[in-house]
Design a protein around this ligand. Structure first.
Ligand SMILES: [Fe+2]
Length: 578
């Protein structure tokens, strides 16, 4: 058995791969700690992997951390050293927090499971990303991997050629601190949203921006690709993330753009300064799209591959995918369901598996989107008192659950879904979702503002069967796998009804999900055809600011703190009686 771990920098997680190359279990620490974006050592996840799978420590062949901690630590210090005395705040922060950084991984494993630390190995950060995306790709040989990230080990962006599982060659990389991911995070910070959390908001906000506005053009010039030197050019005097741990942009950026947004004030579309901030977000989005197109073009030039793996935090920028995939040399882009750091535990576990099977003709089986043994049936007994006193069971048989749910949705109701195992990635794909009729404006609005209390400019994603996606949207063959994990937006077809759906964003796009045939939502959508409803709005099962529900108790908490009345579980459709 092989374990992969991530932590300390972004959301921490743990993954388990068996001796045959199957991903059999995976947890994000926030699932269990209920701390949004928990980046502490993934102690709970590691313990749960070992307990649920009844593992003895002797059965674990190797445990791999997803980056080389000293390399990352030294790279940051070396870069800071070149920027003295401006970088003193970062240097003292790094030194004070040495024991809390990822270099503590060895000790934290030893404290949790004494002896297991002797089996610890480290995987290059960008290789962890590549192996995660390779595992989910139907094509695992002669494929190009592009990792576009904030920072990892020593570089921020890389291009590798995957000949096969054992032969992955990095051909180009961009050194820290020049970084597309950290540029986007600095703009996120400038716009008053939380770094590593608010990037989705910037992406949503950018749709309202005017690409020809002076401010958007100014922002788009802050980072660019030099095609002669084949490098990313970024004037670091506008940024502070490489010298200061507290603020990621400099006074020069304030002088250049104007005042940053007050993070304590909600941003509403009717605000006087809304357009100004939307234009800034638009500029950042334009820069990312342009530079991604250049990097993929260069990747094609040096690898001659038409199929691409795409991962790293920037691969979560779903709004850039449609324009990226329009490049004529691209045949397929594969993005794993969790392309950011928390998904890299999967790649790190596969790294151990590959390392221990070096002489064998091995196989990595495509992981499930929901790899864990958990389902809400396990918790039914534990939660029986809560269910008896707070809920009425209105259907138990799966056929009845589907029929009653379809009827409720047709009447404009919102339903929480907690079935099977949890999603690995940040998108709700139907196992931990809030759903309603995706064509009913009142229902979608109620879901967004009354249940989730989200920012009003953030769109809600629609989920549908493939035939419906092709009817309403300009679906690209190059991105067909990405739509299954909600990783790419698609344009509404010209003159199509979808232009008026409440799940359609202001720029006439939607972050569509094509549901797979074996999923519960596919059967529910079949039943909804009787009501002439062909798509559902699908949002993660949480309240704004909280982690997505992991277990039954979490979903009951949501129902008790919001007007959510109905919950579909593995064993029943429940109605709140409070
Ligand atoms: Fe990363």
């Amino acid at each position: 058995m092989f374990i992969g771990l991530t932590g300390y920098n972004h959301e921490s997680s743990a993954a388990l791969v068996d001796n045959k190359g199957n991903l059999i279990d995976y947890y994000k620490e926030e699932f269990l700690s209920r701390v949004k974006g928990d980046k502490s050592f993934p102690k709970r996840s590691l313990k749960r992997l070992i307990d649920v799978n009844e593992l003895d420590i002797s059965e674990i062949s190797e445990i791999t951390f997803y980056e080389r901690p000293l390399s990352a630590y030294i790279t940051i210090l070396q870069t800071s050293g070149k920027n003295m005395p401006k970088s003193l705040p970062l240097i003292s922060h790094q030194c004070r927090n040495f024991n809390k950084s990822s270099v503590a991984c060895f000790l934290d494993i030893a404290k949790t499971y004494p002896g297991l630390e002797k089996k610890l190995s480290y995987c290059d950060h960008h290789l962890s990303h590549t192996l995660t995306s390779l595992a989910y790709s139907p094509n695992q040989n002669e494929i190009c991997s592009v990792v576009v990230d904030g920072f990892g080990d020593r570089s921020t962006t890389s291009i590798s050629l995957v000949h096969d599982h054992h032969n992955i060659v990095e051909l180009w990389s961009c050194p820290y601190p020049f970084s597309i991911g950290l540029f986007y995070s600095a703009i996120t910070d400038f716009l008053g949203f939380q770094v590593n959390e608010g990037e989705y908001k910037v992406m949503g906000l950018s749709s309202f921006g005017n690409e020809n506005s002076e401010i958007a053009i100014k922002v788009s010039k802050l980072i660019r690709w030099d095609n002669d030197k084949k490098k990313i050019i970024q004037d670091m005097s506008f940024f502070n993330y490489h010298v200061d741990p507290e603020i990621s942009f400099s006074q020069k950026l304030v002088n250049y753009l104007g005042n940053p947004r007050n993070p304590f004030k909600q941003l509403l579309p009717d605000d006087d300064d809304f357009q100004y901030y939307a234009d800034i977000a638009k500029g950042a989005q334009l820069a990312v799209v342009k530079i991604l197109r250049s990097i993929f073009s260069y990747a094609y030039q040096i690898t001659k591959c038409n199929d691409f793996l795409f991962s790293g935090g920037v691969a979560m920028n779903s709004a850039s995918l449609d324009q990226l995939a329009s490049l004529d040399f691209i045949k397929n882009i594969y993005i794993p369901p969790s392309p950011g750091d928390s998904g890299s535990a999967i790649g790190a576990a596969f790294y151990s598996y590959l390392k221990n099977n070096i002489d064998k003709d091995i196989f990595i089986s495509k992981p499930s989107l929901f790899p864990s043994k958990f389902n809400s049936n396990i918790q039914r007994k534990l939660a029986s008192k809560i269910i008896d006193s707070n809920y009425k069971i209105i259907a138990e048989d799966i056929k009845d659950i589907i029929e009653r749910s379809a009827d409720l949705i047709s009447k404009g109701q919102i339903i929480g879904v907690i079935i099977g195992n949890s999603e690995t990635g940040p998108r709700a794909l139907g196992n931990r979702s809030l759903i309603c009729d995706g064509t009913n404006k009142d229902a979608v609005n109620f879901l967004n503002t009354k249940i989730k209390k989200r920012s009003p400019f953030r769109p809600t994603a629609p989920v549908m069967q493939e035939s419906i996606a092709k009817k309403y949207y300009d679906v690209r063959d190059e991105l067909i796998d990405c739509y299954k994990t909600m990783s790419a937006t698609a344009k509404c077809k010209e003159g199509s009804e979808s232009l008026n759906f409440p799940t359609t964003h202001i720029d006439k796009t939607a972050r569509i999900q094509i549901i797979e045939k074996d999923h519960f939502l596919y059967k529910l959508l079949d039943a909804l055809k009787n009501y002439n409803i062909h798509l559902l709005a699908n949002s993660s099962l949480n309240l704004s600011g909280d982690p997505t529900s992991f277990d039954l108790i979490d979903s009951f908490m949501i129902s008790s703190r919001s007007p959510l009345k109905y919950i579909i579980t593995d064993f029943a459709l429940l109605e709140s009686i409070k």
